[in-house]
Design a protein around this ligand. Structure first.
Ligand code: 2HG
Ligand code: ZN
Length: 465
């Protein structure tokens, strides 16, 4: 049915965008129909690459007229299926709208099109002596529009917050085809409901983000990285408090020895120190002068005296810092070929030790035959749980057992008043679990909001709610 619709509207789509920006070849459909999840088969009807907000508006209007669902698409680095087109949808990809449109040195903002690559924005800011602080392993291919749509987090959230904290303006085309200019770069703007924040994290279900204005931070001082060997995860929040008391932390990450082992083997890297421990903390701090370094060493001694850490290493220069970061940042990519089960959850930091213990007990009791890889941004309460598929188990049987894990983990998350999706979004993957974190009244209101902005349910149908 959607295919026949497509045939009818192909001439219109081609009149909006030139022929070479409407793709229907198999390779493009395969490439643009998925994100980094591997669970769903891509099956879009076509891919369209607009050049301007007016073209986006024309496409959305056309899709409304013909009831053709649209999947908005950025860098497709997501892990929740938010950009998957599996049911004959039209993929609206922002790749061509990738320009930086304006830099304002007084406002310290960058205005750019939604397809601008995160790293390009970071580099542009750096050239201007400023800093765009949202950062994560896929910054080299993710697009700012996707970051906004998913409210991306990453490794510096403990110091700088999420994408939401940096967006001061958005231009969007709603599902009904209206262009909205939201907040216009203002710092102060108390004029009622702030729709900008509604679109941030809306996962392409309310409108297409076409432009974003982001504010920039002052260039940060130098940073140093420490990796600490930890015997017991229960002590991790104590270590965090000790380091927070003396340093300005920019990251406080955690990973298990199994995670480290996989990265070391995969990339043929040496271990950070000889004595292996069950867990590791990677922390990064602002290092203005030698005093910060002395404080870091004193805090390490304090942790050592209290037997919270058993070994540690500190970077002496940028290159060493980057090498240490690889131990943490390469985990996801290292595990990816084995198609692990993934979960991305959060609780309040203070509850983290109890929460990890509870999830660990659950996993040990119910899934003793599974290898569990723990890591995450523990400094902001975010845990990534990856379960590796045993060779002997078929993918189908593994996925079935993991679906049971998901429910049990979600029940624990609810018990700890946490979130079933800390930073990866809901997409297709977590839709059925949303009610563990959001009340029925909230979900009903979300549906009503969707109806207001996208009355024909054209945008990313079936995602989030
Ligand atoms: C990370 O923190 C990313 O490395 C990916 O959010 C997490 O792949 C994952 O589970
Ligand atoms: Zn993460």
């Amino acid at each position: 049915m959607i295919r026949s619709t497509l045939e009818k509207i192909l001439p219109t789509l081609r009149s909006i965008c030139a022929d070479d920006r409407v793709l229907i070849d198999t390779a493009s459909l395969q490439a643009y129909g998925v994100d980094r999840t591997t669970r769903w088969q891509p099956c879009p009807c076509a891919v369209i690459l607009p050049n301007s907000i007016d073209e986006v508006q024309a496409i959305v209007k056309c899709a409304n007229t013909h009831e053709l669902p649209i999947v908005p698409s950025g860098g497709r680095t997501g892990l929740s299926g938010g950009a998957v087109a599996k049911d004959g949808e039209l993929v609206l990809a922002m790749d061509r709208m990738n320009k930086i449109l304006d830099f304002n040195p007084i406002d310290q903002t960058i205005r750019c099109e939604a397809g601008a690559i995160t790293q390009t924005i970071q580099e542009y800011a750096e050239q201007e002596g400023l800093y765009y602080p949202v950062n994560f392993a896929s910054a080299g291919s993710s697009q700012i529009g996707g970051n906004v749509a998913t409210n991306a987090g990453g490794i510096n959230v403990i110091r700088y917050g999420m994408t939401r904290d940096w967006v001061v303006g958005l231009s969007v085309v709603t599902g009904a085809g209206k262009i909205l200019e939201l907040n216009r770069g203002l710092i102060k703007n108390n004029t009622g409901y702030d729709f900008r924040h509604l679109f941030i994290g809306s996962e392409g279900t309310l409108g297409i983000i076409c432009e974003a204005t982001v504010r920039l931070a002052p260039a940060p001082p130098g940073r140093s990285v420490q990796v600490l060997g930890v015997n017991d995860f229960e002590t991790i929040t104590e270590i965090l408090s000790i380091y927070n008391s003396g340093l300005c932390l920019t990251a406080f990450e955690f990973f298990s020895d199994l995670a480290l082992d996989k990265v070391l083997k995969h990339h043929k890297l040496p271990a950070p120190f000889t004595v292996r421990t069950p867990y590791y903390v990677l922390l990064e701090f602002e290092h203005k002068d030698d005093r910060d370094l002395a404080i870091a060493l004193a805090l390490f001694e304090e942790c050592n005296d209290k037997q919270l850490v058993s070994d540690g290493v500190i970077s002496q220069n940028q290159k060493q810092a980057e090498k240490l970061w690889r131990l943490r940042e390469d985990i996801s990519e290292t595990l990816a070929p084995g198609k692990p089960y993934k979960n991305d959850i959060s609780v309040n930091i203070s509850l983290m030790p109890d929460f990890i213990r509870a999830v660990d007990e659950l996993a040990q009791q119910s899934y003793p035959d599974f290898e569990i890889v723990w890591y995450g941004h523990i400094g902001d309460g975010n845990l990534h749980l990856n379960i590796l598929k045993p060779d002997a188990l078929s993918a189908q049987a593994f996925n079935q057992r993991c679906a049971d894990v998901s429910i049990q983990v979600a029940e624990l998350v609810a018990k700890f008043s946490g979130s079933i999706s800390a930073e990866h979004g809901v997409g297709l993957l977590k839709k059925d679990l949303l009610h563990y974190s959001r009340s029925d009244s909230e979900i009903a209101l979300m549906r009503q909001l969707k109806q207001v902005f996208d009355p024909n349910s054209i945008l990313n149908p079936g995602k989030l709610i």
